[in-house]
Design a binder for this molecule. Structure first.
Ligand code: AMP
Length: 267
């Protein structure tokens, strides 16, 4: 695996992107990332993974500082997977150019965009910068972060004329979605998060069978039972993320705070 620390090294190493899949990450590599890498490897001759903890997408400095990092372990996992290239730039390398910021439409200011002001503007900003140098035609992103995947597909997929490919969420056997942030959870939070995931999966199934559910009731119940604060618990359709559109394929979206950690998931 070639480790490329800046755009100069990247351009020297990768001359032709015809058959190079791209998997952007913030590191803390886990089985969720690994599944994206394997899908990329299946569909492309070579795969480039980036690890970049993007400061502009964190609303709080503390959250950015506490974000779990373990680059040595990440490199060893990626080497074992036979990833072709790892792009590992510093913040200054990515942000040295002045570029116009993205602004979300009113209809996109929903779910996490409503509760984490500036978050997706930061995500779009960094993905725009990464895609302007990593010229892959196929970019693999997780449905775990469904709103992020849809926004990037809509805005940057179009801009760069590339395929943004959504890949299924990988879960632990206790049904918690793999996430780098899970490393911040204590034992009791893990137990609660597991029960919450199982419950939400059941609610999704119930609604699929045609039952109309009062989500505000379940929101209160979950908050009281597990001592969590829920930002949102909403059914939205997969294409446009419109509320309660049960005629198209839909998902149940949640974001909640448990013991100082914010988790998101969808079912
Ligand atoms: P992150 O490092 O958290 O920014 O994630 C990098 C990529 O991995 C994003 O496209 C995520 O949606 C994806 N990802 C994170 N967790 C999972 C998971 N449990 N299953 C599938 N993809 C995931």
């Amino acid at each position: 695996m070639k480790i490329l620390k800046n755009v100069f090294e990247l351009n020297k190493a990768v001359k032709n992107y015809e058959n190079v899949g791209f998997v952007p990450t913030m590191g803390g590599i886990h089985k969720g990332h690994v599944s994206l890498i394997k899908i990329s490897q299946k569909n492309n001759k070579e795969t480039i993974v980036s690890i970049f903890v993007n400061p502009t997408q964190f609303n709080q400095k503390k959250d950015f500082k506490n974000y779990p990092r373990n680059i040595k372990k990440d490199i060893s996992i990626l080497k074992k997977l036979k990833v072709t290239y790892l792009f590992l730039p510093e913040v200054n390398e990515i942000y040295k150019k002045r570029l116009k910021n993205f602004k979300l439409n009113k209809s996109d200011r929903i779910l996490c965009a409503k509760f984490r002001k500036g978050h997706f503007e930061g995500v779009l900003n960094v993905m725009n910068r990464l895609l302007s140098v990593i010229k892959s035609k196929n970019v693999f992103m997780g449905e775990k972060d469904f709103q992020q995947y849809r926004l990037i597909k809509k805005i940057l997929g179009k801009k760069y004329k590339i395929n943004i490919i959504g890949c299924p969420t990988i879960r632990e056997s206790n049904k918690i979605a793999l996430s780098t942030r899970n490393k911040l959870l204590n034992k009791s939070s893990i137990k609660a998060a597991s029960k919450i995931a199982i419950k939400l999966n059941k609610l999704k199934k119930l609604s699929q069978s045609g039952k109309l559910l009062d989500l505000s009731k379940y929101k209160n119940e979950l908050e009281n039972k597990f001592k969590i604060k829920i930002d949102y618990l909403e059914f939205r359709d997969e294409k446009k993320l419109k509320l309660n559109n049960f005629n198209s394929k839909f998902r149940l979206f949640i974001a909640y705070h448990i013991n100082g950690v914010r988790l998101i998931d969808n079912f």
